[in-house]
Every structure is written in structure tokens, then in C-alpha cells.
Ligand binder design. Sequence first.
Ligand SMILES: [Ca+2]
Ligand SMILES: [Ca+2]
Length: 185
Amino acid sequence: MRQLHRAITTIAALALIGIAAPTSPAAAAEPDTHCVARANVDNPQAVCFDTFAKALQFASGGVLYDLPKGSSVSARVDALNAGFGVNVVNTVISIEYTGSSYTGSDLIWTGTSGNCSTPTGNVDYYATGMPAGWNNVITSFKTYANCWVKHYESPGFGGAVIGYGPTDSYIGAVMDNQTSSQRWS
Ligand SMILES: [Ca+2]
Ligand SMILES: [Ca+2]
């Protein structure tokens, strides 16, 4: 009986070692990231967080705002944008996603000039290039603050282009994972 008990204890110890063994780094999927960048600057930089809520809070300029738990992304962005000129410095002009239907990692574009003007004959906001990690990855996007967005294949507004257009769950085969610069109007 004692020998059997010892054998079971040994097997259990080996099993624990097996469970505790680290998984291969190659097998670990890259976690989604949630980033914020400012348009209308020369070299936009992304500041990234592990949750969308933290990224949106940063985009708001760090000003706290209270909304019910489970509020939709649109409701939260609308609340942030409603504070423009009151207690919030930034306006969210679009959110870009690496996956279709607003999935994957996201990039919150902000500006400091409030809403886009309704005519699309002008450029209200621009990004001549993408922040680090965001070149050639955009697949879907949501627009805010009366802005529509143009996505360009190349930096500096060159190559294939789609837009101006509003929120789209799929950018289309031609521009999928191709965006290297953007304009908003
Ligand atoms: Ca490109
Ligand atoms: Ca405009």
C-alpha cells in the first residue's frame, strides 16, 4: 500500500511538472493591442494599451467620463466627442481595425480641430504615414465627428485609394492590408 501511494505521488509530481512547463513562444498568439495616434502631425506616433477602455481614456486627454458598463463603442466615443471644447482636448475622427467587422487590434485617430466640415472638397485631417505597427494592416474602420475617411495604398497619399467614405466593415480586396496614409473630410 505504501509503495502504491509512493508511485501515485511520483506520477502526480511528474504531471505537475508537465503542466508547469512553459509553452513555446512561437505557439503564443500575439495579443490584440489598442492604440491612439494624433492626425495632422508629421510623424504620427501610436501610444498603445492592453484594453480599448484605456486607449479611449487616453484619447480623451485623461479626463474621466462616466458611462454605464457595457456602453457601446459608439456611445463612448460620442460622449467623448460631445466634450470637445468643454473638458476634452481631442476628438476621435476614426477607429481603424486590423480585422473585418471591427475586430482585431484597433487604432483610435484623434484630432484637435473638432468635427470635420461636411463638404469633402477640403482636407480636415491627414496622416502622411502610419504609426509604427500600423502600416498595411487596416481591414475595417468606423468614422466619427462628421468625418469620412480616405485610405491610400502608399505613404504621402499615393497609389490605390478608396474613399471618402463612412464606417465600413470591410475595406475591400483592393485596399485590404494596404493602407499607408489617410485623409479625413
Ligand atoms: Ca501600403
Ligand atoms: Ca470637410
